[in-house]
Design a binder for this molecule. Structure first.
Ligand code: NDP
Length: 303
């Protein structure tokens, strides 16, 4: 994961929270000079002891280096922090979690101030940062020229995946994966709730759940194929009608076990609706058609 071939690039890091600190440590360990600024100065002290230079203000940190990384709480804190900084000629890389629209608007905002801009979405928790083979990676989108110039430095804390010039795409990929994880976690919690009051040890049940979800995961590729062809009937193994019937059993089982159905009802309802529209012989994939509503996905500029 760590790209040791890149020459040391001095960089400024805004934000020494849990993630910012992990990132700084990875760059420092790889020999990259780091200037750090944090709103609460005490939080940057540990990094100073490890070799980072502490800037007295965000503007001072931005002035120190051409490559500026922000890892702050949210998009609003990025705006506030950089209010008085001169971004002319800077490469601003925003590792702060935000929405696609915030990424696009922040790109236009940074460009108007003379900076190249990359937005990012971190697919890792702090202990995975800088840890070889942890699987950590970061989505980047926005200025391709900026990414190409800094990809070696950016690859130090975690692998990099550039997903396009549209500055909103990093956040979109990030949030799409997190949303899938939420759904999966919801299903896992519901499954544990079903067996909670029975003589079934969670630790014995866990590997069954884990193996089952792993075995089902390849279905994702079938969904992709069906979405690309807009043909939800080819290759159907378990039709929507069959799954709707199974859902009813699933809901009755929850009631029998005294378990709330609130985690599983939304999807079951959508599948019922799709079937009522006459698509019972299709795959579940068609539910995507019910989810996509007309909304303005375009915003200001791409990088
Ligand atoms: P922390 O809560 O540990 O740190 C938040 C950072 O933001 C601190 O440096 C804090 O400064 C700063 N901050 C908050 N509000 C403001 C403000 N109004 N103005 C200036 N600075 C502000 O969070 P993390 O470091 O964990 O997260 C940072 C980013 O990384 C977030 O966008 C998060 O979503 C993302 N991320 C985090 C992951 C994680 O597991 N931790 C995983 C993936 C992404 P101060 O110390 O003064 O409060």
């Amino acid at each position: 994961m760590t790209d040791n071939t890149t020459s040391p690039t001095p960089l400024s890091l805004l934000g020494a929270g849990a993630m910012g600190t992990a990132l700084a440590r990875a760059w420092l360990a790889a020999g990259h000079p780091v200037t750090v600024w944090n709103r609460t100065p005490a939080r940057a002290e540990a990094l100073a002891a490890e070799g980072a230079t502490v800037a007295a203000s965000a503007a001072e940190a931005v002035a120190a280096n051409r490559l500026v990384i922000a890892c702050l709480l949210d998009d609003a804190s990025v705006g506030t922090t950089l209010e008085d900084a001169d971004l002319t000629g800077r490469d601003l890389v925003n590792l702060t979690t935000g929405t696609p629209r915030e990424g696009r608007e922040r790109a236009a905002w940074a460009q108007a101030r003379g900076a190249r801009f990359l937005d990012a979405g971190i697919m890792a928790v702090p202990p995975m940062i800088g840890a070889p083979d942890s699987g950590a990676y970061v989505f980047y989108s926005g200025s391709a020229a900026s990414f190409d110039e800094h990809r070696g430095t950016l690859a130090v804390p975690a692998q990099t995946r550039y997903v396009g010039a549209d500055a909103g795409f990093a956040a979109l990929h990030d949030v799409a994966l997190l949303s899938a994880m939420d759904g999966m976690f919801g299903g896992v919690l519901h499954a544990f709730a079903l067996v909670r009051r029975e003589d079934i040890a969670p630790k014995e049940f866990a590997p069954l759940l884990s193996d089952w979800l792993t075995a089902m995961a390849p279905w994702i590729h079938q969904v992709a194929e069906q979405l690309e062809s807009s043909d939800y009937r080819t290759g159907v193994v378990s039709s929507l009608a069959m799954q709707v019937a199974a859902n009813r059993t699933l809901l009755r089982t929850a009631e029998e076990q005294g378990v709330s159905t609130e985690l599983v009802v939304p999807l079951a309802d959508l599948m019922e609706r799709r079937m009522a529209q006459g698509y019972g012989d299709e795959d579940t994939t068609g539910v995507v058609e019910l989810l996509v509503t007309d909304t303005d996905t375009t915003a200001t500029a791409t990088a």
